[in-house]
Design a binder for this molecule. Sequence first.
Ligand code: HEC
Ligand code: HEC
Length: 269
Amino acid sequence: MTARRILAAVLLAALGLLAPALATAQGAPNLAKFQVEDRKSGYFYMGTQTRALQDDEFLNPGMFAIDQGKAIWNKIDGPKGQSCAACHGNAEQTMKGVAAKYPRFDERKGGVINLELVINRERTERMGAAPLEYESDALLALTTYITYQSRGLTREPVIAGPAAPFFERGKEFFFTRRGQLDLSCAQCHDDRAGGKLRGDTISQGQINGFPFYRLIWRSMGSTHRMFQWCNTSMRAEPFAMGSEEYLNLELYVAWRGRGLLIETPAVRK
Ligand code: HEC
Ligand code: HEC
């Protein structure tokens, strides 16, 4: 544990006292930054304390993942003695804007690929290293670190051409009612955004902050973990992380939030 981490942990523990003071000190956030036309970031729906956590890079618990991701970026792994850094150099320069291009249609795969899967492809094919398990701390950290280099940029996913049928499947998923509650994603995140569900404010279900730090999980989470969580809360069978279903859905949801600024690592309740 670095001194910075210990200090941050102490500060986090004192959050209940600190956050309101911080929020006041910083003034009300400019919400215009978190909205484009009728599309709103989840930040919009968070309370003052959660927003204050996200806004302060020192308090934001997702910043640990950046440190960890940077270490993995530089770490040699696999029989070829390679690291991400060995080929790509300084991620702060070479990965700028890269995460904003994902998810996208990938010709080799003949389907949608996201950043997590690209990272694992790089590991296996270029380094001869084992793929990182979906939702492992290591894959989340590397994904967060790379996406952080696109903070403030926007996603404008290509949905025409070969991407079109996959986009359509993702869209259909979003509007399909499923599970014991017979609910679709749209019924909560289009129709009830701003409303309450068991004390939580329902957001538009945007993914511009992912990977994010979720306070109730006390950990980082990927878009696919969130999709699973929502599917489960609809009392529907979740799909596997990295599955075609969720990759297509991710493409639709990314397009649905086009133009929103990438906030990674966002903090959500
Ligand atoms: C029963 C209502 C409900 C349904 C149906 C539902 N969700 Fe959610 N979803 C929530 C709640 C509650 C949260 C946590 C608060 C928030 O951010 O909206 C959430 C959060 C999210 C988030 C995180 C938003 C952020 O800003 O970090 C995403 C993404 C998401 N949902 C996507 C989906 C998708 C995709 C589906 C369909 C598979 C779906 N949800 C179905 C209730 C629902
Ligand atoms: C042996 C050299 C090599 C290694 C090691 C390597 N890469 Fe790559 N990577 C490349 C080349 C070459 C490309 C394709 C050209 C480009 O986009 O830079 C690429 C492409 C990528 C892309 C897609 C870029 C885009 O614009 O879509 C990502 C993301 C990426 N690498 C991440 C990583 C990560 C993360 C690691 C470590 C796990 C890694 N790479 C390891 C050489 C390497």
